[in-house]
Design a protein around this ligand. Structure first.
Ligand SMILES: Cc1cc2nc3c(=O)[nH]c(=O)nc-3n(C[C@H](O)[C@H](O)[C@H](O)COP(=O)(O)OP(=O)(O)OC[C@H]3O[C@@H](n4cnc5c(N)ncnc54)[C@H](O)[C@@H]3O)c2cc1C
Length: 393
């Protein structure tokens, strides 16, 4: 029997489903289905609706706006949200900046920065990577120098996801040049509208705009905008990246995609008029994906259980990231194979309507998902972490 099939969890699932049916408007569903890179407005609107229900950040401590759910409730909530095509909120605020401010921030920072994330009023972006500091993040060159009551930041960051939607950035900058690279880094909160910041769009292979380059020219941020202790930014970055990797496994959204593959295989036919699912090669492929998904889901639930009990994710985050990202790529590749030419229904040209064509958005997802094995730390780097931390090699 599934661990989800208890009377309490069935009732909880029904409650979540009823909420989604009542509050998730058609235009939000369309935006999620068609749009690979959502605009800020639908994300903010849905986050506000969740917040009004008290479900704005289920994974945060209850005293700071969390729900107090266990991991199974959280998973059911995420699964039902994925099945209903509810938009994801501001991932950077909810899963990265928020937890870092909760773990390391002052009471003043928590009071100032957490409520607007919960309510969908303020969005964040992540300023870590630089043109010559990706995998080797500790070699980053952006500096911060104290001048009176302000830190003055100079340098360049790249690949800023959602930077153009963001009000705030958590930014890793060098504050001590005379120590080993990892020891001289500090986490700052930076206002994206501060003078001296310039943002430039980077277009990606799916022809979408979700990432940006940003330049800092004497950007000032107040002294109290340091997160945690000075020169401890590397430690906080490693913890944040582990949380990001857990989140990137995206098991519930992948489950929704796998169910869609199954539907496509059952309803579409080959040139001879036979349902695709009758082809043993299709069945074998879907079975292999499903088996790997079940393994990912049970591993993800184990890590979620620890997280909900307040334990920070360790190197297991790297295993989830590798398996989750590889599966996302296999799923969209399979969609392209099943759909053939029909996969090229570009979301940009889609006018809306509840009965979306089968192929909607798959081509963009397939191309953009080249990145899932790269961002949040390339999978090769995750393998090195596993070799060192888990296998003791
Ligand atoms: C679409 C997109 C969105 C992103 N969003 C953000 C964001 O919001 N904020 C942010 O800070 N960053 C972001 N990133 C940056 C991302 O984290 C980096 O791209 C990633 O860490 C890899 O760094 P790099 O691009 O410099 O590649 P490199 O580090 O140059 O790596 C290139 C290749 O070499 C391999 N390699 C490098 N070093 C080693 C090694 N020691 N052992 C084995 N193989 C190695 C890598 O695995 C990779 O395949 C984003 C990137 C993309 C593409």
């Amino acid at each position: 029997m599934s661990i989800f099939h208890t009377p309490e969890l069935r009732a909880f699932r029904a409650e979540v489903r009823a909420f989604l049916q009542q509050h998730l408007s058609d235009d939000l569903v369309h935006a999620t289905r068609a749009g690979l890179h959502l605009e800020r407005e639908p994300m903010a609107r849905w986050q506000a609706a969740l917040h009004a229900r008290g479900w704005g950040a289920p994974h945060w401590p209850k005293a700071l706006g969390g729900t107090g759910w266990n991991e199974l409730q959280r998973y059911i909530f995420e699964e039902e949200s994925a099945f209903a095509d509810a938009p994801l909120g501001d991932v950077h605020g909810l899963f990265l900046a928020g937890p870092m401010v909760i773990a390391e921030g002052t009471a003043e920072q928590q009071a100032r920065y957490l409520p607007p994330v919960l309510a969908g009023q303020e969005f964040w972006c992540q300023g870590f990577s630089e043109p010559n500091a990706g995998s080797d993040l500790a070699s980053l060159k952006t500096t911060a120098r104290l001048d009176g009551d302000d830190w003055v930041i100079n340098g360049q960051k790249t690949w800023l996801s959602s930077g153009h939607h963001a009000d705030l950035m958590f930014c890793l900058a060098r504050t001590d040049l005379d120590v080993k690279p990892q020891a001289g880094l500090t986490q700052f909160i930076v206002d994206m509208r501060a003078p001296g910041i310039s943002l430039h769009p980077i277009m990606t292979i799916d022809e979408g705009h979700s990432v940006n380059a940003v330049f800092f020219d004497n950007v000032r941020t107040p002294r109290h905008n340091v997160i945690g202790a000075l020169n401890q930014g590397w430690t906080y970055a490693k913890e944040l990246l582990a949380r990001e990797r857990v989140n990137n496994a995206q098991a519930p959204r992948t489950k929704r995609d796998i169910l869609e593959l199954d539907r496509i295989a059952r309803t579409r036919c080959d040139a001879a008029g036979r349902p695709l699912i009758d082809d043993p090669r299709v069945r074998r492929r879907l079975a292999a994906i499903t088996a790997d998904f079940v393994a990912l889901e049970s591993a993800a639930l184990g890590v979620l259980a620890e997280q909900m009990a307040g334990v920070e994710p360790g190197p297991a985050a790297s295993t989830l990231k590798i398996r989750g990202s590889e599966l996302q790529q296999r799923v969209s590749e399979t969609a392209m194979l099943l759909l053939g030419q029909a996969s090229v229904v570009l979301a940009a040209g889609y006018g809306g309507g509840l009965h979306a064509p089968d192929g909607l958005g798959w081509a963009e997802r397939h191309f953009f998902r080249r990145v899932v094995t790269i961002y949040a730390g390339a999978n090769e780097i995750q393998k090195t972490i596993i070799a060192k931390s888990i296998l003791d090699m």
